[in-house]
Design a protein around this ligand. Structure first.
Ligand code: SF4
Length: 438
C-alpha cells in the first residue's frame, strides 16, 4: 500500500506533467494537424470499404480466440516456426527478453532496427547501447528522433511534432552537408546513413504486426521498405513481439495488416506487407536444403509475456486485442491536449492500461491513469472494438483497492461523501445555507 505522502508526490509530478503538456502549443498543433489528416483520410477511405464492420468483427473474434486459448496457440505457433527453421524463445519479462536478445546479438557491433512498440516496451535500444553495441534506427521518423535525442509522440508517426528545420539540422549534421528543410531533400539525405548501416549490420531487429499460428508466418506492415531490408539483409533477423500478436490463420493476419493502415493512417493498404516464414533457403543444389541466399540466415523470434498473462488473469484480456494502430488517439481529448505526455510506455488510455501491467499500477498512476475522462470516444474507431475507457476505469478502481492509489482531490471528495453524504463536505443541516444568503 502506498503511503499518503507518496500519493501527494505523485500528484505533484502529475500536475507538472499536465502543465508542461498544456504549454507545448506548437507540438500539440503539429499533432492535431496530423490527426486531422488521418481522420479525414479515414472518413473517405472507410466509405470505400464495404465490409468494415465485418473486418472489425473478424479481428475481434481472432484476438478473442487466441487469448481464450493462449497456451494452445503459443504451442502451435512455436511448433510451426521451429518447423520453418526459426529459433523461438519465450521471455516472461523485459529483463529476460533483453538477456535473450543480447545472447543472439553475440559479438555483433552494429544492429539495425525498425519501428517496434515491443522493442520500446523492453528498452532494447538503451540496453544494447549500454553494452557497447551501436543501434541504428532505420524508420525515418525514429531516426530523426534518435539523432535529435527527442521523445516519440505517436505510435505510427513518432516525429510529427518535429519541425522541418530541426529535421534539416539533424541530417545536415549526419551527412556533413547542407540539407535544406524540404521533405524530399530530407528523405533523400536520411537514406544514405541508414542504407549504409543496413548493408553492414550483422543483426536486424524488427517487431511483428501478427504471427500466424497455422503456418508460423511473421507478418510486418510498412510504407518505407526499411523493415523488408532490416529483416532480409543482415545475416541475423530478430523478431520481438508480445504473445498477443499470435493469430490463428493467415486470413486473420491479412485482416490485421489491412486494419493497421486503414485505422492507423487512413491508407487502404501498406506499401509493403512481408510474410516471413523462416530464413532464406533453397533446395536447388541436389535437393539439399541450404540456408541463406539473399535473406537472413537465421530468424530468431522472442515472444514476450511481460505482464500480459497477469492482465488476462485480472479479467483485462481486452487490452491484448490492441493492434497499436493509434486510431484511438485521434479522438482522445487527453492525447489531443497533452500529446505524448499521456502515455505509460504505450500511448493513450490503452497505453496506460498496458503500462499498469507492464510497469505496475504505481507507474501507471504517476503517468496519468487519472487523466482519462471516460468519454468512450476511443472505442468508436478502434479496429478491435476495445473500450479503453472501461479498462482504465477498472484499473483505477483496483489501483485504489489494492494499493490505495487515489489522487488527493479525488480522495477529498470520496472522504466528504462518506462522511457527510455530499462531495462538498457540508453537514446535512448546513446544506441549504447558501440559499438563505441570497
Ligand atoms: S486500442 Fe484500438 S484504436 Fe487504440 S491503438 Fe489499440 S487497436 Fe488501435
Amino acid at each position: 500500500m502506498w503511503r499518503a505522502e507518496e500519493s501527494k508526490e505523485a500528484y505533484e509530478e502529475l500536475k507538472k506533467k499536465l502543465m508542461e503538456g498544456l504549454r507545448e502549443n506548437e507540438k500539440i498543433e503539429s499533432i492535431l494537424k496530423a490527426l486531422k489528416l488521418f481522420n479525414s483520410r479515414k472518413d473517405r477511405i472507410f466509405k470505400e470499404v464495404d465490409d468494415l464492420e465485418e473486418l472489425r468483427e473478424k479481428i475481434r473474434r481472432a484476438k478473442e480466440e487466441v487469448i481464450e486459448n493462449l497456451d494452445e496457440y503459443i504451442e502451435k505457433a512455436v511448433k510451426k516456426m521451429e518447423e520453418n527453421l526459426c529459433k523461438v524463445y519465450l521471455a516472461k519479462d523485459a529483463e529476460e527478453a533483453r538477456r535473450i536478445v543480447r545472447g543472439i546479438v553475440g559479438d555483433a557491433k552494429l544492429v539495425v532496427k525498425s519501428k517496434s512498440n515491443a522493442c520500446r516496451e523492453i528498452g532494447i535500444v538503451d540496453y544494447l547501447e549500454s553494452q557497447g553495441i551501436k543501434v541504428v534506427e532505420t524508420d525515418l521518423a525514429d531516426r530523426v528522433v534518435q539523432l535529435l535525442g527527442e521523445e516519440e509522440c505517436h505510435p505510427v508517426v513518432p516525429a510529427i511534432h518535429i519541425s522541418k528545420e530541426k529535421w534539416s539540422e539533424a541530417f545536415s549534421k549526419e551527412t556533413g552537408r547542407d540539407v535544406p528543410p524540404d521533405a524530399q531533400a530530407i528523405t533523400d539525405a536520411s537514406r544514405e546513413g541508414v542504407r549504409r548501416a543496413i548493408m553492414s549490420a550483422e543483426v536486424g531487429i524488427t517487431g511483428a504486426n501478427a504471427i500466424v499460428a497455422e503456418t508460423g508466418t511473421i507478418i510486418t506492415v510498412e510504407n518505407e521498405g526499411n523493415i523488408s531490408l532490416v529483416s532480409r539483409v543482415p545475416p541475423k533477423h530478430i523478431v520481438i513481439a508480445g504473445i498477443n500478436k499470435i493469430v490463428p490463420t493467415l486470413e486473420d493476419g491479412l485482416n490485421i495488416a489491412e486494419a493497421t493502415t486503414l485505422f492507423g493512417t487512413g491508407q487502404r493498404f501498406g506499401a509493403y506487407v512481408s510474410f516471413i516464414t523462416g530464413p532464406s533457403r533453397t533446395v536447388d543444389v541436389g535437393l539439399e536444403t541450404t540456408i541463406g541466399l539473399h535473406g537472413a540466415q537465421e530468424v530468431h523470434v522472442v515472444l514476450i509475456d511481460n505482464g500480459r498473462r497477469d492482465a488476462i488473469r485480472d479479467g483485462m484480456k481486452e487490452m491484448l486485442y490492441c493492434l497499436n494502430c493509434g486510431s484511438c488517439l485521434a479522438s482522445c481529448p487527453i492525447y489531443m491536449s497533452i500529446g505524448e505526455k499521456y502515455s505509460c510506455g504505450y500511448f493513450g488510455g490503452i497505453g496506460l492500461s498496458f503500462g499498469a501491467y507492464i510497469f505496475g499500477a504505481q507507474r501507471a498512476f504517476v503517468d496519468g491513469l487519472g487523466f482519462c475522462t471516460d468519454c468512450g470516444a476511443c472505442s468508436e474507431k478502434c479496429p478491435a472494438k476495445i473500450s479503453s475507457n472501461d479498462l482504465v476505469r477498472e484499473i483505477r478502481r483496483r489501483a485504489w483497492e489494492r494499493f490505495g492509489l487515489l489522487l488527493p482531490p479525488h480522495k477529498k471528495i470520496r472522504d466528504a461523501i462518506l462522511e457527510t453524504g455530499n462531495p462538498f463536505g457540508e453537514p446535512p443541516e448546513k446544506r441549504g445555507e447558501w440559499m438563505k444568503s441570497n
